[in-house]
Write a protein that binds this ligand. Sequence first.
Ligand code: SF4
Length: 238
Amino acid sequence: MVHSWELVTAVDGPGTRMTTFLAGCPLRCLYCHNPDTMSARSGTPVRAEELLTRIRRYRQVFAATHGGITLSGGEVLRQPAFAARILRGAREMGVHTAIDTSGFLGALASDALLADIDLVLLDVKSGDPETYRRVTGQELAPTLAFGRRLADLGIETWIRFVQVPGLTDVDENIAPIVSYAASLPTVSRVEILPFHQMGREKWADAGLRYELDDVEPPTPARTEHVREMFRAAGLTTY
Ligand code: SF4
């Protein structure tokens, strides 16, 4: 079940990328900017071969920009068999492969699937389990376990953290993410993503209640402070 796809540059991994958003997600992040992808019903059935044909068309673009494909969502690991076929097919074409995931369903990813991934964008939404539960409705532990498994397998990982004032953007909540990221030798980059209100209308369109109406984006100084927390631990941080 695929929600949509787009060609992007300098986001979701290196170079120009074809990012495909798979429909359905087990999390309910209060700040989700794609709430329309939460339900599996928001997607349309697409055969793996169709998507691979589209990927094949852009092979030259990916090669010229050192880009590739990124499977995102929703949650890509909710459809592990489909993801595995796409990743394998892309690999066979020599295309760089990435997934963007919360890691919550990491246990559903087989070693064979992971062997076809060049880069994982791992969204660590909170360092404190209680805050994680409040923000996502789920548990933090599976995400941490998945990141450690990626490290054991030697798979390059970028950690992503969304900085939401009054919710996740608290030093005590961020410090455990810093230590966690610094403990994984496979983490080559950390991205701090300041909260914004651009997804607000999508909540209303999807008929869902949005709880962050009054939240302002963090100040640039505060974002810089958070980035410095990671840099101080020796992590390359943007
Ligand atoms: S994991 Fe991503 S798609 Fe799922 S609810 Fe959270 S932000 Fe939205």
